[in-house]
Design a binder for this molecule. Structure first.
Ligand SMILES: [Zn+2]
Length: 218
């Protein structure tokens, strides 16, 4: 097991992650691919990406994940924002492929409380399928959210629905955040609850697709 952290890049782009990871002793790393609170697409400078790849493989760090901007909402009720979300997530996937990142974390989406669930699910499926179809070697990791406000997927059966809708696209993976799972009702504070969660993951055929992101309060 490798212990990692979400680390700042301090305005230097991905290369800044190496120094930040070393400073906090992280082995695996998550960084933002672009400003998390803006729609701006990540900048892809081929020479800098090449330099990063070389420095990263030298560093012995990994795996590396990009978290997409918080603006991305794959199930937004607004067609305009869904389109912008698709484009921003796709651009983050392109950066991930360029720097050799292992995956891009994308939230499962929230449709608001007035959209029927089937409609919201369909929108999320369309967006995830479009983004995943652009991935070359990186994975698109659906992050289950804690629920509420029309969240498309916060439980494992809901994740299964998304995978089914996307025909189990080979580029899709699952990001399980322990904080979100716990808030969604999974009893991760007890050994039985942890066993039951993993049993459910296996029963749904999601075990090979999933990575666990353990959230610690700092
Ligand atoms: Zn997230």
């Amino acid at each position: 097991m490798r212990i990692g952290a979400h680390v700042p890049t301090r305005g230097h782009g991905p290369i800044g992650a190496i120094e930040s990871a070393r400073a906090c002793g992280a082995e695996a790393v998550q960084i933002f691919g672009s400003n998390p609170r803006a729609w701006a697409l990540p900048r892809i400078d081929r020479a800098r990406c090449e330099a990063f790849r070389a420095a990263w493989s030298e560093s012995g760090l990994g795996p590396l994940f990009l978290h997409s901007s918080y603006m991305v909402n794959v199930a937004s009720p607004s067609a305009e924002f869904r389109g912008r979300s698709r484009d921003l997530a796709t651009a983050t996937v392109a950066l991930a492929d360029e720097i050799g990142a292992d995956g891009v974390v994308v939230h499962s989406g929230a449709a608001g409380t007035t959209t029927p669930r089937a409609v919201a699910l369909g929108r999320a499926v369309d967006t995830f399928t479009a983004v995943a179809s652009q991935a070359r070697t990186t994975a698109v990791l659906i992050e289950l959210m804690s629920g509420g406000r029309g969240t498309v997927a916060s439980t494992l059966p809901e994740a299964r629905e998304l995978f089914d809708g996307c025909d189990d696209h080979p580029s899709l993976g699952l990001c399980l955040d322990t904080c979100h799972l716990f808030a969604a009702g999974y009893g991760l504070d007890a050994a039985d609850g942890v066993s039951e969660t993993f049993a459910e993951l296996r029963a749904l055929g999601l075990e090979d697709r999933a990575g666990l992101r353990i959230t610690l309060e700092t």
